[in-house]
Design a protein around this ligand. Structure first.
Ligand code: SAH
Length: 218
């Protein structure tokens, strides 16, 4: 079990260090995010046949027609959410295999994550147990509605592409909170939403490609 986490060859610490060096070259500057991604073994989130490609800079299939996000995107979204500050309560929509969630667990005090596909959520929970993450809580639900009973959140990270920003998620942001969400019907733009005393400020950052934010559960 321990050997599975520490990895060898293409899944070793050495390979993970090379991924971190590449993220720096790609412009990721937040040392807290880079340290979290050095610590979390991305290869354990993938099937054995794909584990050797875990530290390449691409998205990879995780079953159920879904993908694990590319390391650069995970780093970028986490960096945007943190904005160099501390995160107490974070909400993530789209747990998937749980990799992004695990990175968030290292930079925030509490992480709540919502996934609509039940069996995928079970797989993610197995990964959280294996890594002994104690500050992650998950819920099988339609993430369009967030988790109102735990709101407000100082960070909301949406890991799937939305055609519009869900009203409920806006409402669940704390004043001073930040949301990072891919928005768009065809072309998606990574969008940062900041909630201030006066209202919401939106900034479009860069083109991205995410699997769609769907409705209901499966
Ligand atoms: N961050 C994940 C990748 C997520 S892929 C990782 O690191 O693995 C996007 C995920 O969003 C998929 O698992 C998909 O099932 C989920 N999703 C899509 N629409 C959703 C919704 N309305 N509510 C919750 N999860 C949703």
């Amino acid at each position: 079990m321990v050997a599975r986490i520490s990895g060898i060859g293409m899944t070793s610490q050495r390979t993970r260090e090379r991924m971190i060096a590449r993220l720096r070259e790609q412009g990721i500057k937040d040392e807290v995010v880079l340290a979290a991604m050095l610590e979390i073994p991305r290869h354990i989130f993938l099937d054995e046949a794909l584990a050797g490609r875990a530290y390449e800079d691409g998205s990879l299939p995780i079953g159920f027609n879904q993908t694990i996000s590319q390391p650069y995107i995970v780093a970028r979204m986490t960096e945007l959410l943190r904005a160099g500050g501390t995160l107490n309560k974070v909400l993530e929509i789209g747990t998937g295999c749980g990799y992004q969630t695990s990175v968030l667990s290292r930079v925030a005090k509490e992480v709540y994550s919502v996934e609509r596909i039940g069996p995928l959520l079970e797989i993610a929970k197995g990964h959280f147990r294996e890594l002994k993450l104690r500050n992650v809580k998950v819920k099988k639900a339609d993430g369009n509605f967030g988790i109102p009973e735990m709101a407000p959140y100082d960070g909301i990270l949406v890991a799937c592409g939305a055609t519009h920003i869900p009203e409920d998620l806006l409402r669940q942001m704390a004043i001073g909170g930040r949301m990072v969400i891919p928005v768009g019907a065809g072309e998606q733009m990574l969008t940062l939403v900041e909630r201030t005393e006066e209202g919401y400020r939106k900034t479009e950052l860069e083109a991205v490609k995410f699997v769609p934010l769907l409705g209901g559960t499966a």
